[in-house]
Design a protein around this ligand. Structure first.
Ligand code: UT7
Length: 332
């Protein structure tokens, strides 16, 4: 019997309508378009506005669009894995909220948190359920409403993040398409440099935690930048070496969109030309778990069956990873 791999058989993204431009940020904090553009590559990001709008809104929109375009009945799904750092609530899982809204209640599902590497962790986890023969259709979502944990008075973080995400369908393949290999890692040393101090069990919300602005992303950008450049590029290089892939064998690098300079460094280490690198950071900023599915969605019309893709990410934790994916279908 041929080996079962987990193929991505569809992808759909979702971003909210509201566009937060660098110009508007200039009215909120002491910054300017030129600084943001040269240091990060970001021009604008999307913000999910409105009362009671959580990350599930992004996941539900992406999942509904995906089911429609792939002709999948929600009752056929076996599992939902939602990678997110900004769940609607501490519990229940956002995956459960999405499952109910799309008509897939009753199935196995859970949230997975690995900050900006969350989608890659979730994809590899979902792939194992398919490869083992346990499940036939696994919905993997990466979505974040980063604006819910950003301090719009802190110029070092508010210029970076945005809201958005996407969903992919994983199904069994016996022709060698799908997730072929993964290098994933983490190091708790990252806690000091990138975290949200309060709101968890160590420091539950109090008047003090709110007054001290502890419910927002705290980042020591320079340190995180150094770790990100090294680890994202190393993970990508390792998965390539293990699979005897050279730069010319790669059709697309699909990098986490944290900073254009980190993306360029990864592409250089892989010996992949900029024409083969998916970049949409200028439109969406860093959507944490959402960046990679948003790239796959935008480039889907250009992806061909058999294309070699390297997906690479780095994030809080620290966490990092690179997946080797052989694309399973031609543009429809
Ligand atoms: O996805 C999760 C993982 N996160 C990342 O990968 C993010 C990694 N880090 C970064 O992308 C970059 O470190 C940042 C974009 C966050 C910052 O860029 P940087 O080139 O490392 O700038 P910096 O922090 O060294 O700051 C340089 C200067 C400072 O001023 P002084 O001390 O030189 O006078 C900052 O105060 O730029 C100042 N600055 C700003 N100026 C205008 C910091 N933020 C801003 C701003 N506008 N928004």
């Amino acid at each position: 019997m041929s080996k079962i791999t987990a193929a991505i058989t569809g992808v759909q993204g979702y971003v909210p309508d509201y566009v937060l431009t660098n110009k508007e940020l200039e009215t909120l904090v002491d910054t300017n378009d030129e600084w943001i553009t040269t240091r990060t590559g970001i021009k604008e990001r999307r913000i999910l506005k409105g009362e009671d709008q959580g990350t599930s809104v992004i996941g539900i929109n992406a999942a509904k669009g995906l089911l429609e375009k792939t002709g999948t009945d929600p009752k056929e799904l076996d599992a939902i894995i939602c990678a997110t750092t900004t769940p609607d609530m501490a519990f229940p899982a956002t995956a459960n909220i999405i499952g109910k809204a799309i008509g897939a209640e009753g199935i196995f599902g859970f949230d997975l948190q690995a900050a900006c590497s969350g989608f890659l962790y979730a994809l590899q986890t979902g792939a194992k359920y398919i490869e083992s023969g346990m499940y036939k259709k696994v919905l993997v979502i990466g979505a974040d409403k980063m604006s819910s944990i950003i301090n719009y008075e802190d110029r070092t973080t508010c210029i970076i993040f945005g809201d958005g995400g996407g969903a992919v369908l994983l199904e069994p393949d016996t022709e060698g398409h799908g997730i072929i290999d993964a290098v994933l890692g983490s190091d708790g040393v990252g806690e000091d440099f990138l975290h949200m101090k309060a709101g968890g069990s160590r420091r539950p919300a109090t008047h003090d935690t709110i007054d001290n602005k502890e419910h927002y992303v705290y980042q020591e950008g320079k340190t995180v930048f150094k770790f990100a450049v090294t680890n994202m590029a190393e993970a990508a290089a390792e998965v390539m070496e293990r699979n005897e892939l050279k730069g010319e064998d790669i059709a697309w690098l699909v990098p986490h969109q944290a900073n254009l300079r980190i993306i360029d460094a990864t592409a250089n280490r892989m010996n992949v030309g900029s024409e083969k690198v998916m970049v949409n950071i200028q439109k969406y900023g860093n959507t944490t778990s959402g960046t990679i599915p948003l790239c796959l969605w935008e480039w889907e019309p250009q992806l061909k069956k058999g294309d070699n893709l390297i997906l690479a990410a780095f994030g809080g934790g620290f966490t990092w990873g690179a997946l080797y994916v052989k694309w399973a279908y031609d543009p429809k």
